[in-house]
Write a protein that binds this ligand. Sequence first.
Ligand code: BDR
Ligand code: CA
Length: 312
Amino acid sequence: KVNIWLDCDVGNDDAMAVLLSLFHPKSNLLGISTCFGNTSLENCTNNTIRLLSTVGRTDVPVYKGAEFSLKSTRATTKMHGNQGLYSTDKLISSFEPITEGDLYDLIKKTAEDKQFVIVITGPQTNIAKLLRDHEDIISQIKEIVFMGGTSGFGNVTPNSEYNIYSDPEAAQFIIDTCKQHKLKLVMISLDLTYTCQLLEPLQQRIKNINTKFSDWCLEMLKEYQAAYKAQEFDYPPIHDPVAVFYALHPEMYILKPVYCAVDCESKLCYGRTVIDKKGVYGLEPTIQYARKVIVNEFWNHMIQAIQVAAKN
Ligand code: BDR
Ligand code: CA
């Protein structure tokens, strides 16, 4: 099994990442830390708690993390509604997040001395702070996989992707730290997640599961679709579980080591990930850029996880 620590800002697609990391047979989810992002930290945390409570997984500890970026800002997005997760009134809430102590202590307690993977599906503030303040944990991390960045157009500004734009300094800090410690850093960018849209036949497969929980999933995803329809696409890309899926099935991806840096300076392109795919700068690679995933397999596993969750 793969030990996973998930750092997220639940979030409609984050909810799918949580389900995949909870119910994929190869996954051992150690715990979740929440971050500000798609909505306030308060909402992101409550959404996480509600999702776990509803699927009966109150055994997974939830740590309430950063309220703002390293520079004390908080970017907003319209894609996830007021609560950050659609139809939350249909979910129950039966336990409390951990608000005391350091994230480091909780990870140490749950991971013990085992190796684990960190998957980040929101702004990267929590994990940047963890690496900054507790260098000794780095040797225990097998790899960091994050959903964020783009080599082309952005989704929050013309050039920047939301998670990176929300805390560019944190993202650059993680790139630098991984390089320094030779820790593998895998980028699941918009370029890839745009190939994983929830098309009609996939929605039909979720519908066919036909339980209260799968109906909730579909209802939530349809609202997410409506938000995308109003802005960008007919069908919503389900970004975040594509990062979790990498941690579980790296053999289904094609990676390329490339130089990547985050623009933390400019006004127009603040938060842009400059990805030198052709190697024109001749600089040493800083990330493993995911170029391809077997999309059908991703969906098979994702829908399977919803099916297992729906039985709980
Ligand atoms: C990312 O931003 C958020 O809105 C999504 O949850 C995803 O993590 C996509 O840019
Ligand atoms: Ca997210």
